[in-house]
Design a protein around this ligand. Structure first.
Ligand code: MEV
Length: 448
């Protein structure tokens, strides 16, 4: 029944969108030679194609501190930039060190909530975070192996040779103490019959490691074919980075967080997530609000982090919370978060994006492990803040204040008037655009 429902969905969507889709863009999307144009020429072409105003084109052209030639080298078919707000979460005390944490995202309340959670955590000494080390897994998929079990044994007997071939690809990483350190071979059943999967365990040091691991996996593949007599297809890093985990813990004092009832509420919220995947998805989303906001600010691969987090959450065979919440013997609340945290400071956007570099400097981290630890603490803080709000007053009050400010400014309020109009709407419990417009008109008149 489940399957039939999920299969029917894309068809329904297709039919609806075919009926409603407005035809804004004129002409074909093929755009031959688009990639060869300069950034400016691409934008001009797009402007004509989509009927963009000068203002809209100017907005897209703004790369927000990222030099356009750098942007142009980072991805393909670049026309400009897309900026998000950057906020700073305060109060973070992690492993005895203070951090001001850059966070970039579009959602209101997240930065304030993280700062507030970190303030409460300080009462009991802040966050303690440990780490398994920066080990990533590279997979080599071998199919059509005549005798998979014997091949697996043979591969293990050639472990030294395979690791040496892998390490020859990155002498720099090896000289810094990293490199391929271990190897595992498994035979799996699949829709296409048995497969022999070789897994390289690579200590990536201060790199996220995708490039190093993929290069090693590709280099080892011919040797794997030779040893197994099979055919290698995929040679790629795994984002289920369960050898690169952070474990963040914190105790939140009962009085500081709002009393025994709130502690119970949070423990019940955890039990709900533990028992129900629909709630669990949102519980984990709250954690990722913090993790991904820091990741974006610091130029990390956010998709790898999301993939790692959710696959780890499901690695027992059922989808589970990444954190655990319980009451300790004093009645205080204890939180523990464990999740993969594949981040790097060398290579990637962290090294080339000027804003990411400045954010890493503000954060004051000097290694990928330290960055991962901070992100673990922020994930736990964010989860705490969401559960606390949900089990007490609900999240809408905080959200609505920010929403009111946004409405006030879209209704034309500027300067101090934004706060005045927003406060009036909150007081009246009428947080609506039409009311914002009325108040802007009324209060501007009073002022003049
Ligand atoms: C909203 O972005 C995140 C929350 O939904 C998380 C949660 O429900 O735990 C508030």
């Amino acid at each position: 029944m489940h399957l039939r429902r999920t299969r029917a969905l894309p068809l329904r969507l297709k039919r609806r969108s075919a009926r409603k889709r407005p035809r804004k863009m004129q002409g074909s999307s093929e755009l031959p030679g688009f990639y060869k144009l300069s950034l400016q020429q691409r934008l001009e072409l797009l402007q004509r194609l989509a009927g963009l105003t000068e203002e809209e084109a100017k907005t897209l052209a703004n790369t927000g501190g990222l030099p356009s030639d750098v942007a142009n080298r980072m991805i393909e078919n670049v026309v400009g930039g897309m900026t998000l707000p950057l906020g700073m979460a305060t109060n973070f005390l992690i492993n005895g060190k203070d951090y001001v944490v850059p966070m970039s995202l579009e959602e209101p309340s997240v930065v304030a909530a993280a700062s507030n959670a970190a303030k409460i955590a300080r009462v009991k000494g802040g966050f303690k975070v440990t780490n398994t080390g920066p080990v990533m897994i590279g997979q080599i998929q071998t199919v059509r192996v005549p005798n998979p079990k014997a091949a697996a044994k043979k591969l293990m007997s050639k472990k030294k040779q395979l690791l040496a071939r892998a390490n020859a690809q990155d002498p720099m990483l090896v000289s810094l103490g990293g490199g391929a350190k271990g190897l595992h071979v498994k035979v799996i059943k699949s829709l296409k019959g048995p497969m022999v999967i070789v897994e390289l365990f690579v200590n990536c040091g201060d790199a996220m490691g995708a490039n190093a691991v993929n290069t090693m996996a590709e280099a080892v593949a011919p040797l794997v074919e030779e040893i197994t007599g099979g055919k290698v297809y995929l040679r790629i890093i795994s984002n289920l980075a369960d050898r690169r985990l952070v474990r963040a813990t914190a105790t939140f004092e009962k009085e500081a967080l709002g009393g025994a009832e709130v502690v119970d509420g949070i423990v019940y919220a955890y039990a709900f997530a533990e028992a129900d995947p629909y709630r669990c998805a949102t519980h984990n989303k709250g954690i990722m609000n913090g993790v991904i906001a820091v990741a974006l600010a610091c130029g990390q691969d956010t998709r790898a982090l999301e993939a790692g987090a959710h696959s780890y959450a499901a690695s027992s065979g059922a989808y589970k919370p990444l954190s655990v919440w319980k009451k300790d013997k004093n009645g205080d609340l204890m939180g523990i978060l464990e999740m993969p945290m594949a981040v790097g400071l060398v290579g990637g956007a962290a090294k080339v994006h000027p804003a990411a570099k400045a954010n890493v400097k503000i954060l004051g981290v000097t290694s990928a492990l330290e960055l991962a630890n901070v992100m673990g603490a922020v994930g736990l803080a964010q989860n705490f803040a969401a559960l606390r709000a949900l089990s007490a007053e609900g999240i809408q009050r905080g959200h609505m204040k920010l929403h009111a400010r946004n409405l006030a400014s879209s209704a034309g309020a500027t300067g101090a008037l934004v706060e005045t109009v927003a406060s009036r709407m909150v007081e009246e419990k009428k947080i609506r655009f039409d009311r914002a417009k009325e108040l802007v008109a009324e209060l501007s008149n009073t002022r003049s």
